[in-house]
Write a protein that binds this ligand. Structure first.
Ligand code: ACM
Ligand code: ZN
Length: 509
């Protein structure tokens, strides 16, 4: 049947049920189910007794001459039954074929990440993305809320973070200022809003890298107290938080104290990606900390930083996620959930060994899951056929997350067109538990047209995914534009700046 993501099993039968057309809105799903005369019953432990986490998300949906009935393992399962039903009502014009659907999620972590650090996104647009996620049975919405180019979460103890840190004086594409941040009340409202759809809002506060906006406000957070502006252009920055000063740890804990008052999520994400050690190598504070702790290199100092922060958050009852990137990972607490943005290569034996021992991970392999990358590179088909299991480490995989980074996403229109329809394909990878060799891309495409019509009904913009020459040409030019990497002077800028810092401060080592 025409459902995305496809259910685990679906049997259609002879006959159909005419249903009186009503307006449906996921926000009022219980009253909509009543209006439709759906019989709902809860029966915990019936669906997947071996997996308590997904049990409450499972459901069955039956349509026959007696009407529509739903059985679910919990409220969340009722919601997903509703999501399926609403799609069917649209796709079959309120005349439902008799059918029997039994459905449960493949993974417990089905995520969408939005980067609001590079470009601020208004609350109404975020809510619209949350509704879109709900329509795809996604249950984690991760907000990447601090960046080199903007600090966007109000922290009362450090008011400059948003007063100054949320403003950049230009972007890669213009000399115009760009600014915006979320008050704590606005964020609490978002937390409550997505709960209506059984979505958990997870904050990512990226440290020690990607922290130039914070450093612009409080230069003492960096190794050499450098007075730097909020970054205007993207690219990996070398001025990161100093892991040698105790005051940095205090800052991180203070920020998370307030963030944890806002976000009541089970998970939090502490970043950890793209943190060059150029400054740490010549910083007297960092070097002293390494000597005191008996650390051999700066990578181990990052492990120390990560472990301390993770322990702090775990003491608040949080499950802590981080980008899995730096090595050696063996120093890093095994309870941290690793998020991959590139699958470890075959010869990365240390990581592979650790994973094979059961470390929990989320797979966001950029080649399939990065929605900001050109459609010609991260194709719809790649998202659909993505196999998220890392060989030898199948046990630890907890889910998949699609990521929309926003270096190239200045507006709502672009955000939608990069997200759709690729998120539809990825949602099926996240939700539908059919063996990879049974997945048929053409069969998925045969359901996609109706699904896109359904989404358009809510006003969503969807990129052309046809095979037409015009579309291939469009994709080629957007790929070319992306790969031009505008203003790629960043490498030269870093080299010159690094030489300057070394000349001025290098004598400390
Ligand atoms: C990342 O793409 N830097 C996580
Ligand atoms: Zn330092």
């Amino acid at each position: 049947m025409k459902i995305i993501p496809a259910p685990s099993t679906c049997i259609t039968k002879e006959g159909s049920l005419k249903v009186t057309a009503v307006d449906l809105s996921a926000e009022n799903y219980m009253s909509d189910l009543q209006k439709l005369g759906v019989r709902v019953s809860l029966c915990p432990s019936q669906f997947s007794p071996d997996n308590a986490k997904t049990d409450s998300q499972s459901y069955s949906l039956d349509v026959d001459a007696d009407g529509i009935s739903v059985k679910a393992g919990g409220e969340q399962g009722v919601f997903y039954a509703y999501v399926t039903l609403a799609q069917l009502l649209h796709n079959y014009s309120f005349e439902l074929p008799y059918c029997s659907i039994v459905d449960r999620p493949r993974f417990n972590y089905r995520g969408y990440m939005l980067d609001v650090g590079r470009y601020f996104m208004p609350v109404e647009n975020i809510k619209s993305l949350m509704r879109l996620c709900a329509l795809h049975k996604i249950n984690k919405f991760r907000i990447h809320i601090t960046e080199d180019q903007g600090w966007r979460i109000e922290i009362k103890k450090y008011p400059l973070l948003t007063q100054k840190g949320s403003v950049r004086n230009g972007t890669n594409f213009s000399h115009k200022k760009h600014s915006g941040f979320y008050t704590q009340d606005e964020l609490k409202d978002l937390v409550a809003y997505c709960k209506k759809f059984f979505i958990e809002l997870i904050p990512e506060i990226d440290m020690p890298g990607h922290s130039r906006a914070a450093i612009a406000c409080y230069p003492e957070l960096s190794c050499f107290d450098r007075k730097l502006p909020v970054a205007t252009h993207w690219g990996v920055k070398h001025d990161i938080l100093c892991a040698g000063k105790e005051s940095t740890y205090k800052f991180a804990e203070d920020v998370w104290d307030e963030a944890c008052q806002i976000f009541d999520s089970e998970y939090v994400h502490i970043g950890g990606d793209e943190a060059p050690k150029t400054r740490w190598k010549i910083c007297p504070h960092c070097q002293k900390k390494m000597r005191e702790e008996g650390l051999e290199n700066e990578e181990q100092l990052q492990s120390l930083f990560v472990n301390r922060l993770a322990k702090y958050l775990q003491s608040k009852g949080k499950k802590v996620m981080m980008w899995n990137e730096f090595s050696p990972t063996f120093m890093t607490d095994k309870t941290l959930i690793r998020q991959f943005w590139s699958s470890p290569a075959k010869d990365q034996t240390a990581i592979r060994k650790e994973l094979s021992e059961g470390i929990e991970y989320v797979n966001s392999d950029a080649a399939s899951c990065y929605l900001d990358l050109p459609e010609k590179t991260v194709t719809l088909k790649k998202g659909y056929l993505f196999n998220p299991f890392i060989e030898g480490a199948e046990k630890g995989l907890t889910g998949v997350e699609a990521c929309l980074w926003s270096e190239y996403v200045p507006d709502w229109k672009k955000a939608q067109k990069l997200t759709l329809p690729r998120l539809c394909a990825l949602s099926e990878t996240m939700w539908t538990d059919i063996p990879d060799d049974k997945k048929e891309y053409d069969e998925f495409l045969s359901r996609l047209d109706a699904h896109c019509k359904y989404l358009k009904q809510f006003g969503y913009l969807i990129a052309d995914y046809s095979d037409s020459l015009a579309n291939k040409t469009r994709k080629f030019f957007s790929w070319l534009w992306f790969n031009r990497r505008p203003l790629h002077w960043e490498g030269l800028h870093n080299a010159l700046d690094n030489a300057k810092v070394k000349r001025k401060f290098g004598k400390h080592k």
